[in-house]
Design a protein around this ligand. Structure first.
Ligand SMILES: *Cc1c(COP(=O)(O)O)cnc(C)c1O
Length: 361
């Protein structure tokens, strides 16, 4: 346990402002929704606050029912988590033992190595695509495949991936999952799926009935804008859901989070607006990067990883002094990139101005 690297969250705004003596800072380090939560979610929390002397519904029935309807599944296919992070952890705790191996990408989400090592299992890290690939730094499923052996128990794939924003096409991902032995679980982490507008982007939850070893995770932290209350879920075979259900805490998702998620789901207009603003913002960033001859990793998510052409940590630090908080991703093996959450027009412009100043552009 002492060799584990604790997950480094984006710095809380209050902490940073205290440390640097700045105010009015702009945090674009954790891929949060720049529009905030749906007003319906906030109202639902206010309403639900009246009932917090009671334990929450441990089965999250109303929310699971709404999710089952949304995805045309049964309640038995859904597992709620304290953020989808908890589902990722439950997958490791439920299915992986110290003699097993877990496969993920070298630029995979930080939580994958954490939960793997926390259960004492061996991580098998798949090389990503090279920088000159048409999906630079994206997942190379052939590399994943080369790591699969008799000890493999679990595979984590984020689609789109964080922190690259790269994605896997329908046929590629489908063929890979089909090729994986049935006793190996595959988690497809779709935390950013709602942002993706590419025609060839697959919703892997459509394949759940075909592959009992497939688990798809989703979150309310990103496009739904309620990261602060911690709620996410998985879609899987009822057998996998039943096992996760045995291992999870009885009241793993709280009353306010369930109420907020249910309300957020019903506010389709908020989701559509969030997606539209993101899509315009992404386009803006791509153009502005090109104008400055800055490379970036092509992204379909709500963030963009920009190659600042030098070690990114000092650039990150200098941006902090401009009251702009982004994310250095050296810990993801990308020491020259900064990951920046796509925000509103005005905020995007503010980050670019700060970046110009810091880079001397
Ligand atoms: C943000 C993110 C999540 C979501 O985490 P929550 O625990 O649901 O807030 C999951 N996977 C990836 C790849 C992410 O970037």
């Amino acid at each position: 346990m002492r060799t584990l690297q604790p997950y480094e969250p984006g710095k809380p705004v209050e902490e940073l402002e205290r440390e640097l003596g700045i105010s009015d800072s702009l945090k674009l380090a954790s891929n949060e929704n720049p529009l905030g939560p749906s007003p319906l979610a906030v109202a639902a929390i206010r309403n639900a606050a009246e009932g917090i002397e009671r334990y929450p519904d441990g089965n999250g029935f109303a929310l699971k029912q709404a999710l089952a309807e949304l995805h045309s599944f049964k309640v038995e296919n859904i597992t709620l988590g304290n953020g989808s992070n908890e589902i990722l952890e439950l997958m490791a705790r439920t299915f992986v033992t110290p003699v097993d191996e877990v496969v993920f990408s070298e630029h995979g989400f930080a939580v994958y190595p954490l939960v793997t090592r926390a259960v004492g299992a061996t991580a098998r890290v798949a090389k990503a695509n090279p920088a000159d690939h048409d999906m630079p730094h994206g997942d190379d499923l052939a590399a994943f495949e080369s790591h699969i052996n008799d000890a493999t128990r679990l595979i984590f794939i984020a689609n789109p991936n964080n922190p690259t924003g790269t994605w896997l096409r329908h046929d590629t991902l489908y063929a890979f999952i089909k090729s994986v032995p049935g006793n190996v679980l595959v988690v497809v982490d779709q935390a950013y799926s709602e942002y993706v507008q590419e025609e060839d982007y697959p919703d892997a939850s459509n394949w759940i009935s075909e592959f009992p070893n497939l688990v798809v995770t989703q979150t309310f932290s990103k496009i739904y804008g309620i990261a602060g209350v911690r709620i996410g879920y998985s879609i899987s075979s009822p057998e996998v859901a039943d096992l996760l259900n045995r291992v999870r805490q009885p009241f793993n998702t709280n009353h306010l989070a369930q109420a907020a998620a249910l309300a957020a789901l019903s506010d389709k207009a908020h989701v559509i607006r969030s997606r539209e603003i993101n899509s315009l913002g992404l386009q803006y960033w791509v153009e502005e990067c090109a104008a400055r001859h800055l490379n970036h990793i092509p992204s379909v998510a709500n963030f963009i990883s920009v190659d600042v052409g030098r070690p990114a940590l000092p650039v990150y630090d200098a941006l902090l002094h401009e009251a702009v908080i982004v994310r250095p991703i050296a810990n993801y093996g990308l020491p020259h990139h900064l990951r920046i959450t796509i925000a509103t027009d005005e905020q995007n412009q503010r980050v670019l101005q700060a970046l110009d100043k810091v880079l001397g552009l």
